[in-house]
Design a binder for this molecule. Structure first.
Ligand SMILES: [Zn+2]
Length: 361
């Protein structure tokens, strides 16, 4: 099967080293209104509307979703700089999952240019993220109407352009509360997936302990007769850091989906404050080494063919120009951790080339 990139179709053999979950231009500042609390610590109030600077970057790193500026990634040359670093490190393809409501509607026309300039293939998405980001049309559309829009994005082009989507997602599920509108979008995604055969990915993050919403999503897709070999569960890495959800990655892989350890580089206490007023309290991001321990366990259980890697860079402070790890982090730095963990660097070819190729074929 040919794969849609923003510069036209390529063969699966041309994918090369692939990051399956990234955001090249993204506007996630709606998170600030979603997560700020009346009882938030006083020191965080000063970053709500302040520009990201060297002086406050340490504070922003502890509460990235309280800083609107941190969540706006809209500068073309910062984006290009990241893609060039990825290319120099041996990277070939980025799957961009910035759907409408996260900024696709404003920025998708910029993707061909940064792809051409960097030499990196970019696969553009269709679908919708968690409900608070849904554009107004989603509420009153039927499952069939939403599916028809997705199919048009994939077969004809996004918003009347000739840029065709090549992936469905990230389809968002709100933490602890999988809403009816989100279920409607997921059911529409299932129809579009079966019609077009492009891969589909589901976002879950921060569910209460022992209540990972991913299983319900997998069941909905299974009931709709979607081939689970075309599905990947994004952000599976946060479950390996949470005792009660430790086995989720393994159970999901057993169902037949791919699992994406897609937040490599996020090692600070990401999201901690955001959930500190929720009944289940803190959720911290795992370290890269903890991610690798989770991956090692999946390999031991025989699921190395189901593992995908990425960074999900959606905050300014994770980009190189703001002192972050950048889009080449896995290829440049994490590879050494695989060696240290006794897995070896060759496995990276499986996770970044062979597995994405099977998913997209
Ligand atoms: Zn996500």
């Amino acid at each position: 099967m040919k794969i849609n990139t923003v510069l036209g179709q390529i063969a699966p053999e041309d994918l090369g080293s692939t990051l399956v979950h990234e955001h090249l231009f993204v506007e996630g500042d709606f998170f600030v209104d979603l997560y700020k609390r009346d009882n938030m610590e006083e020191r965080y109030k000063e970053i709500l509307d302040a520009p990201l600077t060297l002086e406050n970057i340490g504070l922003v790193a502890r509460a990235g979703l309280y800083s609107a500026d941190n969540l706006l990634l809209v500068e073309p040359y910062h984006c290009l700089h990241e893609l060039q670093a990825f290319r120099r490190a041996g990277g070939a393809t980025v799957v961009d999952l910035t759907v409408d409501g996260l900024g696709r509607e404003k920025h998708f026309q910029r993707l061909p240019k940064v792809s051409k300039k960097s030499g990196v293939n970019i696969i553009a998405p269709t679908g919708y993220y968690i409900q608070p980001s849904h554009p107004a049309n989603v509420a009153h559309q039927t499952v069939e109407e939403i599916a028809a829009d997705m199919i048009r994005d994939i077969e004809e082009g996004i918003h009347g352009s000739d840029i065709k989507a090549g992936v469905i997602g990230e389809i968002g599920i709100s933490p602890g509360d999988f809403t009816d509108e989100e279920k409607k979008v997921l059911k529409a995604s299932a129809i579009a997936q079966k019609e077009t055969s492009v891969p589909l990915t589901v976002h879950t993050y921060g569910d209460p302990p022992g209540k990972w919403n991913g299983f319900e999503a997998i069941e909905i897709l299974q009931r709709a007769d979607v081939d689970l070999n075309k599905v990947y569960m994004s952000h599976i890495d946060w479950t390996v850091a949470q005792e009660e959800n430790w086995g989720c990655a393994l159970k999901a892989a057993r169902r037949g989906v791919f699992v994406a350890f897609d937040e490599f580089g996020a090692e600070w206490p990401l999201w901690s404050q955001d959930h500190s007023s929720e009944p289940w309290g803190y959720i911290s991001a795992p370290t890269d080494l903890e991610r690798i321990k989770g991956i090692k366990r999946l390999i031991e259980e025989g699921f190395e063919d189901k593992i995908l890697l990425s960074h999900d860079i959606d905050q300014k402070l994770r980009r190189k120009v703001f002192g972050g790890h950048g889009l080449d982090h896995i290829l440049t730095n994490v590879v050494n951790l695989f060696v240290y963990a006794g897995i070896g660097r060759e496995i990276l070819v499986r996770f970044m080339v062979t597995n994405p190729r099977r998913l997209f074929s």
